[in-house]
Design a protein around this ligand. Sequence first.
Ligand SMILES: O=c1nc[nH]c2c1ncn2[C@H]1C[C@H](O)[C@@H](COP(=O)(O)OP(=O)(O)OP(=O)(O)O)O1
Ligand SMILES: [Mg+2]
Length: 221
Amino acid sequence: MTGQAPALGARLVIATHNAGKLAEFRELLAPFGLDVVSAGELGLPEPEETGTTYAENARIKAETAAALSGLPALADDSGLAVQALWGAPGIFSARWAGPDKDFTGAMARVEEDLQDRGATAPEQRRAAFVAALCLATPDGDGLDVEGAVHGVIVWPPRGTLGFGYDPMFQPDGFDRTFGEMASDEKHGVVWDGAGRATGLSHRARAFGELMAALYPEGPPR
Ligand SMILES: O=c1nc[nH]c2c1ncn2[C@H]1C[C@H](O)[C@@H](COP(=O)(O)OP(=O)(O)OP(=O)(O)O)O1
Ligand SMILES: [Mg+2]
């Protein structure tokens, strides 16, 4: 797909206050020549995430930003879901890091909870990153998609790339964590020639779903 993606709007708000996510969306959207502006740059508030699912929270963030900015807005609600912890920290992944965004502490808490359950073997340490995206327009339309990537929780954390829980998550089929992967490997997308996008990370996969939902007939001309 080349050129502009009209349904996204020439100007698009990325409704996040997370610098790591914002950088990834800027890279994902870079080929499309959109004017991407962040919620932070527009001075938009961080809405309370009162939903009980990733999708609900993504919609809250996207609708709030679209209504306040008068522009289409793309939001992401995501998290790390650890199977032995019944999906925790899940939608509370950001909250586990506290107001100081201490992900070293949040990762230690995940490991402690796994240790408390005696989860030492890799098969007891299964996890997925999940991302729900919502694209909302100021007139009230919304489009919801999700993506996930499965893997295993490692300890100690490895790597300094990425953000959040990346250093403790090793996706299936790799011997490196997301913290050890360059951005292009973690969330780069590959187009299949028919306008479909695939990728490794939850966010890249959700982005591929978004493009497929926006353009079911293939790339816009
Ligand atoms: O690729 C990722 N690599 C590592 N960690 C990740 C990733 N994706 C989500 N995560 C974790 C950290 C993040 O803080 C939380 C999402 O929480 P979430 O509320 O969706 O985002 P947030 O509060 O950081 O920013 P905002 O709500 O303004 O978009 O899950
Ligand atoms: Mg948040």
